[in-house]
Design a protein around this ligand. Structure first.
Ligand code: FHN
Length: 593
């Protein structure tokens, strides 16, 4: 390939590396210690929007429950009236905390003020708050603060710093306040945001973190002021990644987005239990307990935190389907919690076909989602494994470790029970002699397949205006130019004929997908020319809102085992909708399997 080449290493999370937080790494490490250990928290979206619960004037309003004011363009004067009806007398802070604690969650992040501008706490800054404007007159955040302290959980607050649809100078309400030229964001920021954040960090005891959201138009100066205010008032309080300008103590993935690759910085992903954050009475699309447990494992295996949402009703009750699922997750955590709490990311840069891996010094936790039956095989573990056992209990499992000198492959075989000990995620813990060492090169897996994830490719380009990058799931976006291409190296153990398959991603909720691109995959000197067409869908449980599309590109004969080089060069990219070639991975599947 004779092109002038620039090589960039793919980074799974495409996060801006503009400004860095003022805190030193040691300060940040200290602040993050509890949060890294926690790995699992409860998000609570609760506010006036729980009253309409997705319906306005008898009409269902599509979209997120907490966005009803915006989606139905409800005037402030009308929406405000909801406060007079808000009387969540069934709210019991100890019960909320018990649901979180029994699920194995270690922190709670509750909406103190969402985009509708209504404060769910007693605020002297604005009378538009739950104590002064509702018949309830109680401060749920005060009650939660006391309940969290009793139960040993960290209380944290969500605060919408830019969007405030109640205020003429806040962002987002274009139906009441259409004239943008009259807006004075700084005034809103100085007179509502900063003083309310001050109240939250002064009146509610120690706060674990402030979860800012949708930075939108915020300036570097304003984000910095906010982060500094938090750290000044409570030096141990964390600031979420969405404070803006990369000034958070950790990064936030997109909503419901789970990275498919290892992430460099500390990160967290917020996830819905159904399809909304704030309560919607008609949303019954609950994720199964299995999906939740596996997502949590996947996030932990990439070094992240899993923040799982509940949307209480207008009466102040967490919906029963949420409570049931969280109790089931809690049951799994009681047996398997050590494979989540205080763990770090998998030492492998890729995900195994059978599940995911979390780590602690001298230990690997194999989260097996696809149970193999009587023998479980893992490739690439170089350290000596002293013992393998199931976290569900029982005697240590018999194991055999072999280094194949010809191929360099390290193979671990474990004798396992025929049936999966846990239908969602059976965890096998491996104890090593000394530290954990693994082969980080991409390997053909024991299921005979080869997966070349986009996020582990090298990116090359001749394009002057290269745009290809990776979204926070590790999937390619903005691949619109044929002057950009990818390459991988991998280790093949079984020479054979393989089907070459491309996996691409649909847009969120499967609403769109752009195909018709023509590509050439070169493997072991052979060109396979194919079309990115829709040859079927693939289940994508870690990111269920983004369906995967399978494209069969052709077949290739590989005659020799050993290191292989692969390039994927687009010949034509259809970019009418500007999605381009949303590559997830290239796979080699043994012909006929
Ligand atoms: O607009 C909000 C949304 O309502 C919800 O609060 C989520 C949670 O991550 N954050 C924003 C969208 O990303």
């Amino acid at each position: 390939m004779n092109r002038a080449v620039t090589i960039l290493l793919a980074i799974p999370l495409a996060l801006p590396l503009l400004a860095q937080p003022a805190a030193t790494n040691t300060q940040r490490d200290q602040r993050l210690a509890w949060w890294r250990d926690a790995r699992f928290g409860m998000f609570i979206h609760w506010g006036l929007y729980a009253i309409p619960a997705g319906e306005w004037k008898g009409q269902p309003v599509p979209g997120l429950g907490e966005w009803i004011m915006n989606h139905a363009q409800i005037p402030v004067a009308e929406y405000e009236q909801l406060a007079k009806q808000f009387n969540p007398v069934k709210f019991n802070a100890d019960e909320f905390v018990a649901v979180a604690k029994n699920a194995g969650m270690k922190y709670i992040v509750i909406t103190s003020k969402h985009h509708d501008g209504f404060a769910m706490f007693g605020s002297k800054v604005s009378p538009y708050n739950i104590v002064d404007a509702t018949p309830f007159h109680r401060d749920p955040l005060k009650e939660l603060s006391a309940a969290c302290q009793r139960a040993g959980l960290r209380l944290c607050f969500y605060y919408s710093q830019t969007q405030d649809w109640h205020e003429p100078d806040g962002v987002g309400n274009t139906w009441d306040f259409p004239d943008a030229s009259k807006q004075n964001f700084q005034k809103y920021y100085d007179e509502k945001v900063l003083p309310q954040v001050r109240e939250l960090l002064t009146n509610y005891g120690p706060i674990g973190l402030i979860w800012f959201d949708t930075p939108r138009n915020i300036t570097l100066e304003q984000s910095r002021q906010l982060a500094d205010l938090v750290h000044k008032l409570q030096p141990d309080c964390l600031v979420s990644g969405r404070v803006g300008h990369n000034l958070g103590d950790y990064d936030s993935a997109g909503d419901n987005q789970i990275s498919v690759g290892k992430v460099k910085r500390d990160w967290e992903t917020p996830v819905t239990l159904n399809d909304t954050w704030g309560f919607k009475k008609d949303d019954h699309n609950w994720k199964s307990t299995t999906v939740l447990i596996r997502q949590m494992g996947q996030v932990a295996s990439r070094g992240g935190n899993y923040l799982l949402n509940v949307g209480p009703t207008a009466e102040g009750v967490i919906p029963q389907p949420s409570v049931e699922r969280l109790a089931e997750v809690g049951k799994w955590m009681k047996t398997n919690g050590e494979s989540i709490y205080g763990t770090t990311a998998s030492p492998f840069p890729y995900e195994e076909p059978w599940g995911v891996i979390t780590a602690k010094p001298g230990k690997l936790y194999l989260h097996v989602f696809q149970w193999p039956g009587k023998e479980f095989v893992v490739y690439g573990i170089e350290s000596k494994v002293k013992q393998a056992r199931l976290l569900t209990g029982g005697a240590p499992l018999a194991l055999r470790q072999q280094h194949h000198a010809d191929s360099g492959l390290d193979e671990l075989r474990i004798a396992t029970p025929a049936d999966a000990p846990d239908a969602s995620d059976s965890v096998i813990v491996l104890e090593m002699d000394g530290g954990v060492r693994v082969t980080t090169m991409l390997l053909q897996q024991p299921d005979h397949k080869v997966t070349l994830p986009a996020y582990l490719s090298e990116v090359h380009h001749t394009a002057a205006n290269a745009q290809l990058r990776f979204d926070s799931r590790g999937v390619v976006e903005r691949w619109l130019d044929t002057g950009e291409w990818l390459s991988w190296d991998f280790q093949l153990s079984e020479p054979a004929r393989y089907d070459v398959v491309a996996i691409t991603s649909g847009q969120k909720y499967g609403k769109d997908w752009e195909g018709g691109h023509r590509v050439t995959v070169n493997i072991a000197g052979n060109d396979v020319r194919g079309l990115i067409g829709d040859d079927g869908k693939l289940d994508n449980p870690s990111n269920p809102y983004w369906p995967y599309v399978v494209s069969k590109l052709g077949t290739v004969e590989i005659t020799k085992a050993g290191k292989q080089h692969v390039t994927l060069v687009p010949q034509q990219i259809v970019a009418a909708k500007k999605f381009g070639l949303t590559l997830v991975s290239i796979q080699l599947v043994p012909k006929g399997s």
